[in-house]
Design a protein around this ligand. Structure first.
Ligand code: ACM
Length: 555
């Protein structure tokens, strides 16, 4: 099968690594008679599979009863699990749910030559699948990626492509970071200036650090509500939940540029053109709470996700400390300090989301000043947030920066483009474990899974996103799907064939030898840190995470 040097073995190429595999002697051959047989409830999956098999093979791949590619659900299997059985006469994909069947279809593609991912017939390939069985089920239910479309906008066609690549890797949660200081990317009908003003900036800082110059070039873009409905539907067809995130009460300068009355000073600001933590934050007036709950109402109408992100990270308290109106508000509300004020705001959003049957999703700063009952915490500053949240009974999605921040530099070579923070290699990501070692088994139940975070300050095009995301996202997918304790050398061997799949799809992944000339950014400064510098930085940031035991059961 396939190109020279590519092993035929069934096990040889699957990413993520399955629970178990047996391999037979023969092959199943896709030909003009190949047809998909699926019950009505799996018609969407069947249509997807037909669409995936047709272009490269040039075969019709019909659908109908008696077809030799059989899809079915089998309640005895794990919800997202599947059993793929290939004999010379038949391919049978049984899943614990439609999602499980879909993942079985993805595994089937993984058993075909990589050219299956091309979109025109490829001559000279025998489309054969080795016989055998694959049993598989994921370790975690939250296998996610955070995509920052606020710092650099990704047009919706790129989001569709990214969703396809997620689905191929059986990743199922797309955390879409829709708003930040540098851009508001979601149409809100009630507050049109959020995108009229907030969706574009005058220019962009190039590189890291206070001396990095601006490029003098406007940047912008946003998703209309119709665009979002398409993105959500496209994701759902691929069993991906899109978790929207509307940042607050910091990371809001794009909103303040549109509606200055939301700010502490009320003065005019432009959409931020610099990177880094920004001191301009929301005021805590009742009208501001109402503005954000109005926004969240439109967000909930658009996104069926059970989780709605409200941000909560990196909100400097300086303006609140200096502002008499905010100090009076703290006194009126009977709060101790600015941290409790932030927590009060997050709880107001939490109440609103809970009363609508949704659950608040926020960065681990939401644990400061008291936390929000029932919230799910994205733990990013190392693992301190994950440990505190799980111990207090909150659900956790782990994304510790030093294991899962895919914007961090991929090697210590000076050729890495705009290198930030510590080195996070493919091997490091492969060894990411969302469950901190300190947790007991009962506490670990609160870890829903993990996600890789793709912050795009220094990724100004989809090509650069490819460079930072791949192949590290392949390693992350295995870390979140497969059993703990995988062997990196084994993964790396399987990856060689997997890269041929990414080539067929046109993914501009990072080569093991480093960036290609056009993937470099000579002369653009980054902000690399040593492990010690980063550890000291994170330790200072998490010093005030503290929650009482059993906090989450309160309300
Ligand atoms: C974050 O990296 N500020 C969540």
């Amino acid at each position: 099968m396939g190109a020279p040097g590519i092993p035929r073995s069934l096990v040889a190429s699957l990413i993520p690594r399955p629970v178990s595999v047996t391999q037979g002697d023969g092959v199943f051959v896709l030909d003009a008679a190949t047809a998909v047989d699926a019950p009505a409830a799996l018609r969407g999956v069947a249509a997807w599979l037909q669409g995936a098999l047709r272009p490269a093979t040039g075969l019709q791949i019909a659908a109908g009863v008696g077809g030799n590619v059989v899809l079915l659900t089998e309640p005895g299997l794990a919800a997202e699990g599947f059993e793929l059985t290939v004999t010379p006469a038949e391919v049978r994909i049984a899943g614990g749910s439609a999602a499980g069947v879909f993942y079985g279809c993805q595994a089937l593609l993984g058993l075909l030559p990589p050219a299956i991912h091309r979109r025109a017939p490829v001559a000279g390939i025998r489309w054969q699948i080795p016989t055998g069985t694959v049993h598989d089920a994921p370790r975690f239910g939250w296998r996610g990626v955070m995509l920052d479309v606020a710092r650099h906008f990704l047009p919706k066609r790129e989001v569709f492509r990214f969703l396809d690549l997620m689905a191929m890797h059986r990743l199922n949660m797309l955390h879409l970071h829709l708003t930040d200081d540098q851009g508001w990317r979601l149409e809100i009908r009630r507050y049109p200036r959020l995108t009229e003003i907030g969706a574009w900036r005058r220019e962009t800082q190039v590189g890291a650090g206070p001396d990095a110059p601006g490029n003098g070039r406007p940047h912008g873009g946003f998703y209309s509500q119709d665009d979002i409905r398409e993105i959500v539907a496209y994701a759902a067809e691929r069993f991906i939940t899109v978790v929207p995130e509307i940042e607050s009460p910091g990371h809001v300068q794009a909103a303040l540029a549109a509606y200055p009355q939301l700010g502490v000073s009320g003065g005019n600001l432009e959409v931020f053109t610099r990177w880094g933590i920004n001191y301009n934050v929301l005021n805590m007036a009742e009208t501001t709470v109402r503005f954000f709950t109005d926004v969240l109402n439109e967000v909930m109408d658009l996104f069926p996700s059970p989780y709605i992100g409200v941000g909560g990270d990196e909100c400097p308290k300086d303006q609140w400390i200096l502002d008499p109106r905010t100090q009076q508000r703290i006194a009126e509300l009977g709060l101790a300090d600015e941290e409790e004020l932030q927590s009060w705001f997050i709880r107001r959003l939490n109440d609103h989301l809970r009363s609508a049957g949704r659950s608040l999703f926020g960065w681990d700063e939401i644990l400061e000043g008291g936390g929000a009952p029932g919230a799910t915490v994205a733990s990013w500053r190392g693992t301190a947030g994950a440990v505190a949240a799980a111990r207090s009974g909150c659900d956790v999605v782990s994304c510790p920066d030093d294991q899962a921040y895919l914007d961090y530099r991929q090697s210590d070579s000076p050729r890495e483009p705009i290198p930030v923070s510590v080195v996070l290699t493919l091997r490091d990501v492969y060894h990411f474990d969302p469950v901190p070692a300190q947790l007991t088994a009962a506490e670990a139940e609160h870890v829903l899974g993990g996600q890789g975070n793709i912050w795009t300050e220094h990724m100004d095009s989809p090509r650069t996103v490819d460079y930072f995301a791949f192949p590290r996202l392949c390693a992350l997918a295995e870390a979140l799907w497969s059993a703990k304790g995988g062997d990196f050398e084994d993964f790396d061997r399987r990856l060689q064939l997997h890269l041929a799949r990414l080539d067929a799809l046109g993914v501009e992944y990072r080569r093991a030898a480093g960036p290609l000339p056009w993937q470099q950014r000579p002369g653009v400064p980054g902000r690399p840190e040593t492990q010690d510098q980063r550890a000291a930085h994170i330790a200072a940031l998490v010093a005030n995470i503290a929650l009482p035991a059993d906090f989450a059961s309160g309300s």
